[in-house]
Design a protein around this ligand. Structure first.
Ligand code: COA
Length: 371
């Protein structure tokens, strides 16, 4: 059995930033216009009023203060409420693949590895811009790798599912070096006209380079990975390849993102720690031997509760750092960016646990030791 090492990570966030105040001002203008335009139907009880949002609610309920986004003006424009993305010329790679490269390039640079030395590329993200060719095929070609590549999706846990597969392949000797990248353009999935969800997501990309131990110093040994699912429809995105076909039957059909936030919160806070703890039991890693846990960033109270359940002690910014105040929920890239931004200070021999959770429900966990 080979030893699997996280050699490097890379990450990228777009420059455009939207504060809660800006987002709420735009949303509320949309809601007020909608309610005025439909005043008669609302008064007759034929249509529900669109409720107003509040920046104070958002920060108190979620901990999110701002988010980085690929295109601010389109999201804040109440006639569109989505980022403006130029359609691509036929021969160009997907916009999302270009976003991924902004995380892949620094990951390869930090590792001192040429793309041609990568055996496999896994794009692990919540959604793919194109069905085929897969984004992983595009990235593989851009970096000059000649091995295998494929896309996988498991919502906000995708990156750790990718790491789980990469770790298994490297341990078993099927590959020497695998790149797992997670370009998450969540503001294109989100529905900015729905009060329950309009503030949740930001955009980002991350990359993890995993390799077999060939005597190089440094990096993080992957002590183990574990993934588990429990089916739920409480968090669901209906965007997909059947949408146009469905509109032939129901022209006003508007697929979107929907969640029962309360239920997701309760279910995931119960489920996610059991998966991380199951991994820790499998590899005989006691909570007191874990210095830090890097958690998926969805809600600061979820971070508090899940950290406490995994670590068996109160959460502190040191033992379970938060980045959601700056980036919002950047889906599966969040756990990798969290790890990247909060791991430099750890000493050789210290252990940490990553845990990501999301729709499905799917939970991924990985335990690592600094070398
Ligand atoms: N602005 C102002 N008020 C709002 C609001 C908004 N944007 N959204 C909801 N409210 C109101 C509700 O109407 C409700 O009012 P009421 O008490 O008078 O009925 C109150 O605030 C509480 O609403 P609720 O939906 O219960 O809030 P919450 O405390 O559950 O917080 C979330 C909402 C979405 C922040 C929280 O449920 C959450 O983070 N859940 C997990 C979701 C998640 O992380 N998904 C991704 C997982 S990877």
């Amino acid at each position: 059995m080979q030893t699997s090492i996280i050699r490097s990570t890379g990450s990228w966030v777009p420059e455009d930033v939207i504060t809660n105040e800006e987002l709420v001002a735009s949303y509320n203008s949309y809601a007020e216009r909608f309610n005025a335009d439909n005043a008669a139907a609302i008064a007759a009880g034929e249509m529900a009023e669109v409720p107003l949002s509040s920046a104070e609610f958002i920060v108190n309920a979620s901990g999110i203060e701002r988010r980085h986004v690929v295109e601010k003006a389109g999201i804040l424009n109440i006639d569109t409420l989505v980022p403006r993305i130029e359609p691509r010329p036929f021969e160009d790679v997907a916009f999302q693949a270009e976003c991924a490269m902004k995380a892949v390039t620094p990951a390869l640079d930090k590792a001192g590895i040429a793309g041609s030395e990568v055996d496999g590329v896994i794009v692990a993200s919540s959604a793919q811009q194109r069905n085929f060719p897969g984004m992983a095929c595009e990235i593989q070609d851009m970096i000059g790798s000649t091995g295998f590549s494929f896309d996988l999706t498991m919502a906000c846990a995708s990156a750790l599912y990718g790491l789980h597969i990469a770790n298994g392949m490297i341990k078993s000797g099927q590959a020497k070096r695998i790149l797992v990248c997670s370009p998450e353009i969540m503001t294109c999935i989100n529905v900015h006209s729905r009060r329950d969800v309009h503030f949740i997501f930001g955009d980002a990309a991350s990359a993890i380079l995993v390799e077999s131990d060939e005597g190089r110093e440094g990096g993080w040994e992957v002590l183990g990975t574990h993934c588990q699912n429990k089916y739920s429809i409480a968090l669901r995105s209906d965007f997909g390849f059947l949408n146009e076909a469905e509109r032939t039957v129901q022209p006003d059909h508007e697929p979107g993102l929907d969640q029962d936030g309360h239920k997701v919160f309760k279910d995931v806070v119960g489920f996610a720690p059991t998966v991380a703890k199951s991994l820790m039991q499998q590899i005989d890693l006691a909570p007191e031997d874990v210095r830090r846990t890097w958690l998926h960033q969805a809600n600061i109270r979820m971070v508090d509760m899940i950290a406490k359940r995994i670590l068996g002690r109160d959460r502190t910014p040191e033992n379970a750092p938060a980045i959601l105040q700056e980036y919002g929920n950047t889906s599966s890239s969040s756990v990798v960016i969290n790890f990247e931004q909060h791991s430099e200070d750890m000493a050789a021999g210290e252990n940490g646990v990553m845990c990501a959770f999301g729709a499905g429900y799917g939970v991924g966990a990985a335990a690592v030791r600094k070398r």
